[in-house]
Design a protein around this ligand. Structure first.
Ligand code: HEM
Ligand code: HEM
Length: 153
């Protein structure tokens, strides 16, 4: 039976509301503080560091995002992966998030200057463009309430 014809509770990869809300709050705070930090840095120039509160909010929300991504792997990604649904857009989004996590680690621990610069630029570019893979992935969500609509995989 097609996924969209199933009752809401049995849809493969369905994300429970508390997890969606928590992820939206954490990722929203993370994105706004990260983008704010990057833009404030560009406007003020290298002499004036961006407000410290921004990196504080960014670091704290990043920890929350990573915990919630762990929950998402179990509740959403693995079931959807096994059912082979939205693999391409899901993988694209997961890859972007993986680069953010790894380059975030690189920002902290890369001793080498050029590795730090690579971490920093990949972090900022993938970070700022994150809404794109996120929007593409969510746009593929099926309108399961509309039984007349045809759906592709
Ligand atoms: C999974 C998501 C993310 C994680 C785990 C993460 C993690 C981190 C970490 C650990 C740092 C270093 C903090 C410090 O220096 O104390 C950082 C810095 C930063 N992040 Fe993120 N981040 C994420 C998403 C984003 C997004 C979405 C953006 C942009 C919209 C962004 C932009 C930045 C910027 C501009 C910096 C400062 C870089 C610098 O000038 O050194 N991050 N992030
Ligand atoms: C390989 C990785 C992934 C796969 C295979 C996958 C698969 C899916 C599928 C099948 C749906 C549609 C569910 C439905 O019919 O209603 C969906 C929706 C969604 N996905 Fe993913 N996904 C992946 C990764 C991610 C990641 C990393 C996020 C992180 C934010 C995410 C967030 C969402 C959201 C917010 C929705 C819409 C809400 C919902 O349907 O409950 N997904 N995904």
């Amino acid at each position: 039976m097609e996924n969209e014809q199933l009752p809401d509770r049995t849809r493969v990869g369905r994300i429970d509301r508390p997890l969606i809300v928590a992820l939206s709050v954490a990722l929203g705070a993370n994105y706004l503080s990260g983008a704010g930090h990057a833009i404030a840095g560009w406007i003020a120039g290298p002499e004036t560091p961006p407000p410290y509160a921004l990196i504080r909010i960014h670091g704290i929300s990043a920890v929350a995002v990573q915990v919630l991504l762990g929950a998402l792997v179990v509740a959403h990604i693995l079931p959807a992966w096994r059912a082979r649904r939205h693999i391409a857009s899901g993988l694209g989004l997961a890859a972007a998030l993986a680069v953010l996590v790894l380059s975030g680690v690189g920002l902290y621990y890369s001793g080498d200057e050029s590795l730090r610069a690579l971490s920093r630029w990949s972090h900022i570019i993938i970070g700022l463009t994150l809404p794109l893979p996120l929007a593409i992935h969510i746009a593929q969500r099926r309108r399961w309430r509309d039984p007349g609509r045809r759906h592709d995989r």
